[in-house]
Design a protein around this ligand. Structure first.
Ligand SMILES: [Fe+2]
Length: 346
């Protein structure tokens, strides 16, 4: 078996591949690692056939949906997954054939209702059901401490003690453990009374994961993250540096329309000399009156350089092929000590 671990902060995703056939699956892929998965698959001569999420993640952005578009292969989750874009819904006891490998699903609700663990050969991918020295939390949507107790003590922990455990999270850099090790050492598994386990899980008082709302929204609906919207826009626009813009303005040539897409009060507090105001919220409504020459070079800026990227992408889609985004925003311009004008538009 070809096997790779990809760590994204504390999140783990895995590539498993069949050596004989070059078929592969990705388990819990993360959005920011898409290029890495392709690179690993290419390096090892693998073709990815399945994109598997062990559960609906609340703490990272799943790449399954985007990879499914790019590769034309199915997104696999447990049948209880709420996500509408899942193509292949597994039930406990079912297997995926990855070349000669067999990836066997075990339904393990508790961390979420749709959690599953996946066994292949000598290892088990435990998602957030069983972590090294811990368990997944049960206080997020569809979590259930009682169900987790059953999934662990009636399911995962009854498997071969030599089975290697590869969780979806690991914060201390350990590559894996085993079922036997977890039974012996995992502090959350030492009291095997159901009531005590539930009480312990309820008393953990964990902080909410960062981006929980956005992660649940995008992972459950297949919608885009804000970062994805921005990077898609950034991929189709050119940028101009602060220094380049300053030099061009100082040259005095009238070759550039500088467009401020912030709100009026921000503009009046301080803007780049000669800029015109067209708030992004009014862009499509006023573009025909304000920007009459589609061949004109238009430099777009905002406060931080993100909204201007979106606005520039919109302008280019509208046919303003000379639209360019400032690399940075008014904040960076001020911090660079470049000249700022205050007051209304002339
Ligand atoms: Fe999770």
């Amino acid at each position: 078996m070809i096997f790779e671990t990809v760590a994204t902060g504390g999140c783990r995703s895995y590539v498993i591949g069949c050596e004989e056939t070059c078929a592969a699956a990705l388990i819990d892929p993360e959005l920011s690692q898409i290029d890495r998965y392709f690179a690993l698959a290419a390096r090892d001569g693998l073709r990815i056939h399945y994109l598997v999420d062990t559960h609906t993640h609340a703490d990272h952005f799943s790449a399954t949906q985007q990879l499914a578009h790019q590769l034309g292969v199915p997104v696999v989750m447990h049948a209880a997954s709420p996500a509408p874009f899942v193509n292949l819904r597994l039930q406990g006891g079912e297997q995926l054939a990855i070349g000669r490998l067999r990836l066997q699903a075990l339904h393990t609700p508790g961390h979420t209702r749709d959690s599953m663990c996946l066994c292949v050969e000598d290892r088990i991918f435990t998602g957030d059901t069983l972590l090294i020295g811990a368990t997944g939390r049960t206080d997020l949507p569809s979590g259930d401490a009682g169900a987790l107790f059953e999934s662990l003590f009636e399911g995962v922990l009854k498997l071969d003690p030599a089975l290697k455990v590869f969780p979806a999270h690991e914060y201390k850099g350990r590559s894996h453990s085993t079922i036997g090790q977890e039974l012996a050492e995992n502090p959350r598994l030492q009291n095997r009374d159901r009531g005590a386990f539930i009480e312990m899980m309820h008393s953990l008082n964990l902080a909410m994961p960062t981006h929980v709302t956005e992660a649940l929204r995008t992972n459950m609906t297949g919608g885009k993250t804000v970062a994805q919207m921005l990077s898609e826009a950034a991929a189709i626009v050119p940028f101009m540096s602060l220094g380049e813009l300053r030099a061009r303005l100082e040259s005095g040539k009238d070759e550039l329309t500088v467009l401020d897409v912030r709100e009026r009060d921000s503009f009046e507090e301080g803007h780049i000399a000669g800029a015109r105001l067209l708030p992004r919220g009014q862009l499509e409504l006023r573009v025909n009156q304000e920007l009459t020459d589609p061949t004109r070079r238009i430099l777009v800026y905002c406060e931080f350089g993100r909204i201007s990227t979106l606005a520039t992408a919109t302008l280019r889609q509208l046919g303003f092929h000379g639209a360019v985004a400032l690399d940075g925003g008014m904040k960076a311009w001020r911090e660079a000590g470049y000249p700022v004008n205050a007051g209304k538009e002339p």
